[in-house]
Design a protein around this ligand. Structure first.
Ligand SMILES: CC(=O)CC(=O)SCCNC(=O)CCNC(=O)[C@H](O)C(C)(C)COP(=O)(O)OP(=O)(O)OC[C@H]1O[C@@H](n2cnc3c(N)ncnc32)[C@H](O)[C@@H]1OP(=O)(O)O
Length: 388
């Protein structure tokens, strides 16, 4: 028995001054239920993904879902957290509950509100997702951590500035057509490649355009067991899921190999009984462009050190042989930490149901998702397939 996505909701991502964590949760809860054609009374359990870490004062948030309807009262509701993979942690938790037959329907909500926090404080909050005894003093927040990773990659494999700019330009171009995206501007390769007042270096070789955005936003999914799902208007099944958690200290790992990511992809493809080339598209965790580059290698698209080929040859463009981040990714869509993994699943389900509008890829059959917490510490892969 597996679980299926039967409904979803997604707010626009960005600086949402008129929203609060509570209002975002309530909004996507109501919209996802409506999309699934269910009421709160039909939901057996609730899982909320919310990183927080200090972004908002309210830090005990699972029951905020109940603000959407009194009918949720006394249902099991739990918040889960796994750094920037919090959203996928929530999704995978819900799947396990359904597979264990403890619930037929689970509502998953992912939420974050980051933009009310001042810039330098954002960096310090995000650094809590690194290994503080080693990385606590890192300048530039998580950009500093990935700046080090990019520096080491350049040292081993040569300067990759063209590839990073190519990834940034691709994802910004894709984001133009995504109505949920925070930045809908085609910045172009030249702008992303050159250092300028508008595109300064942020950490190591990473410029501003190599970084994901600071965002508010929420997304939600209604999951159901297959039997229930097949009675509903649409059903997108989890053909495979994998979660590989790695050591926290970067010093205990080959940090530019993203071994946990590679392990999660191996397990998921094996479980699904498919090759990477069977996927119609991938939504991957481009918190920084160097992450997307290394993920090409970890997912098996290119050998180690050769991810740049995929960019140069246009393999990962929306019309390429494996479109990667047709949504614009974290780079253009935005990255409200707790919402990101849920958003990736919602957008992938839209793709497979051919309801993705301007970002639609052609004739999709299988979609892959990789969501990462920390520097390749929490690694979640899902393979989705529409069954109805
Ligand atoms: C933690 C984990 O577990 C794993 C992860 O996923 S790590 C990822 C966590 N997220 C992050 O670390 C967020 C990284 N990004 C940032 O911190 C910030 O975007 C940044 C430091 C790169 C830039 O912030 P900033 O310098 O304060 O820029 P800001 O003053 O807000 O904006 C200036 C301009 O740049 C643009 N801009 C801001 N951030 C941008 C970005 N990331 N990409 C492109 N343009 C950006 C703005 O739109 C604005 O443009 P205009 O002048 O045309 O209006």
């Amino acid at each position: 028995m597996t679980a299926c996505i039967v409904g979803w909701a997604h707010t626009p991502f960005g600086k949402l001054d008129n929203e609060t964590v509570e209002s975002l949760i309530v909004r996507v809860t109501n919209e996802a239920l409506e999309h699934a054609g269910l009421g709160p009374e039909d939901i057996d359990e609730v899982v909320l993904g919310h990183f927080n870490g200090g972004f908002s004062p309210q830090d005990f948030t699972a029951s905020l879902v109940f603000q959407a309807s009194d009918k949720f009262r006394f249902k099991p509701a739990t918040r889960v957290e796994n750094a920037c993979a919090t959203g996928s942690a929530a999704v995978h938790q819900a799947i396990k509950t359904i597979e264990a037959r403890r619930a037929k329907t689970v509502l998953v909500v992912g939420v974050e509100q980051m933009t009310r926090t001042p810039g330098p404080e954002i960096g310090n909050i995000l650094l809590k997702a690194s290994y503080l005894p080693e990385d606590g003093e890192t300048k530039g927040g998580f950009a500093g951590v990935f700046g080090q990773i990019a520096g080491r990659y350049f040292q081993r494999y040569g300067d990759q500035s063209d590839a990073l700019a190519g990834i940034a330009a691709k994802n910004h171009k894709n984001g133009v057509d995504n109505p949920y995206a925070q930045m809908r501007k085609d910045l172009g390769f030249e702008f992303c490649r050159a250092e300028s007042d508008k595109n300064p270096f942020v950490a190591g070789p990473l410029k501003r355009t190599d970084c994901s955005l600071v965002s508010d936003g929420a997304a939600a999914l209604v999951l159901a067991d297959t039997e229930t799902a097949l009675r509903m208007p649409r059903a997108v099944a989890f053909r495979a899921t994998a979660h590989a958690q790695d050591f926290l200290p970067m010093s205990k790992r080959d940090i530019i190999a993203f071994e946990g990511c590679a392990e999660a992809w191996r397990r998921a493809l094996d479980q699904a009984g498919i090759q990477l080339s069977d996927l119609s598209f991938v939504e991957t965790h481009d918190c920084f462009t160097i992450a997307e580059l290394i993920e090409y290698e970890a997912m098996g698209l290119t050998p180690p050190g050769q991810g740049a080929i995929a960019v140069k040859e246009g393999w990962t463009n929306r019309d390429g042989k494996l479109p990667v981040n047709p949504s614009g990714g974290l780079k253009a869509k935005g990255h409200p930490i707790g919402a990101t993994g849920v958003s990736m699943h919602a957008l992938s389900a839209m793709q497979l149901c051919e309801e993705a509008g301007g970002i639609q890829v052609k004739n999709p059959t299988l979609g892959g998702i990789f969501n990462m917490g920390g520097a390749a510490v929490a690694n979640y892969v899902s393979v989705l397939e529409r069954i109805k």
